[in-house]
Design a protein around this ligand. Structure first.
Ligand SMILES: *[C@@H]1O[C@H](CO)[C@@H](O)[C@H](O)[C@H]1NC(C)=O
Ligand SMILES: *[C@@H]1O[C@H](CO)[C@@H](O)[C@H](O)[C@H]1NC(C)=O
Length: 110
């Protein structure tokens, strides 16, 4: 029997925040998923960025660096991250979300 977990992925910068003068828009602001679903988080930037770092903040509050990416795509078993500096966005794709993925995700750019 498949348990239905509601997985909440919140994003810290819910609307718009500024990182070193670059305006960053994260979307979606809050996402509710079923166990096993894939999900993609976006960060859109107002300016060209040279690198992006994605973090996960777990419920205890600690910040974990997930990936640092300067261009192209980086992938591990579960996460795939892309940066498109020309179109000024980065995505974090989470494959087969599980309860332990419930967290706040944020991106930082420079
Ligand atoms: C972010 O950029 C992507 C690709 O250009 C676009 O499809 C998406 O709508 C943008 N999201 C926001 C919130 O502006
Ligand atoms: C989730 O993503 C993985 C890898 O990108 C893909 O193989 C799989 O078909 C996707 N599953 C769904 C439900 O979209």
């Amino acid at each position: 029997m498949k348990r239905k977990w509601g997985i909440l992925l919140g994003l810290l910068c819910i609307q718009i925040c500024w990182v070193r003068g670059v305006k960053v828009e994260q979307s979606p602001s809050v996402l509710s998923l079923q166990e096993g679903a894939n999900s993609t988080l976006w960060c859109n930037f107002s300016d060209i960025v040279s690198s992006v770092q994605w973090f996960q903040q777990n419920p205890e509050g600690s910040l974990i660096s997930l990936v640092f990416i300067a261009s192209g795509t980086k992938q591990n078993e579960k996460l795939s991250s892309t940066v498109n500096s020309k179109e000024r966005y980065s995505t974090l794709h989470i494959t087969a979300s599980q309860l332990e993925d419930a967290a706040t995700y944020l991106c930082a750019a420079e």
